[in-house]
Write a protein that binds this ligand. Structure first.
Ligand SMILES: [Zn+2]
Length: 147
């Protein structure tokens, strides 16, 4: 069990689930207060402990009950966005590529791709991903590729 301050400093006092800042001085009993989440379990390590990550207490508590949700930015124009946590999990285990969203225009797709890569650099720093945009059906498909 790592020290909260140590985990917070390493994660830059940002919640790994919702990507919002965490106040290091907030009470650990407050919803928006800091807590240490067990983080993702590395592949091949069934039942093992993951790398500890900083999360808001409320985000961490929610995660214990249902699958964690990493929201897409509401500023993006994406249609049928894929659940980020499940997609990252699959790509981490199996590799390959998946369509993660459809966008009405090329610039929307470029924006969504840039956002996603930036978001994943904090959410799943160990997973190397690239994005690809393919026109299809009058829209633009955003693909996420592992490796
Ligand atoms: Zn949070």
């Amino acid at each position: 069990m790592s020290d909260l301050t140590e985990v917070g400093d390493r994660d830059g006092w940002r919640c790994w689930l919702c990507d919002e800042p965490v106040d290091p001085d907030a009470s650990v009993n407050a919803d928006r207060g800091p807590s240490v989440d067990s983080g993702p379990v590395p592949k091949g390590k069934k039942g093992g402990a993951g790398v500890e990550r900083l999360a808001h207490r409320a985000c961490n508590t929610r995660k214990g009950k249902i699958a964690p949700v990493v929201p897409w930015s509401p500023d993006l124009f994406v249609v049928d966005p894929a659940p980020i946590v499940a997609t990252v999990d699959r790509l981490g285990r199996k590799g390959g590529q998946e369509v993660v969203a459809r966008c009405p225009s090329r610039s929307d797709a470029d924006e969504a791709a840039a956002w996603l890569v930036d978001r994943l650099s904090r959410f799943a720093p160990d997973l190397a991903v690239t994005t690809h945009i393919e026109p299809g059906g009058g829209q633009f498909l955003l693909l996420l590729r592992a490796g």
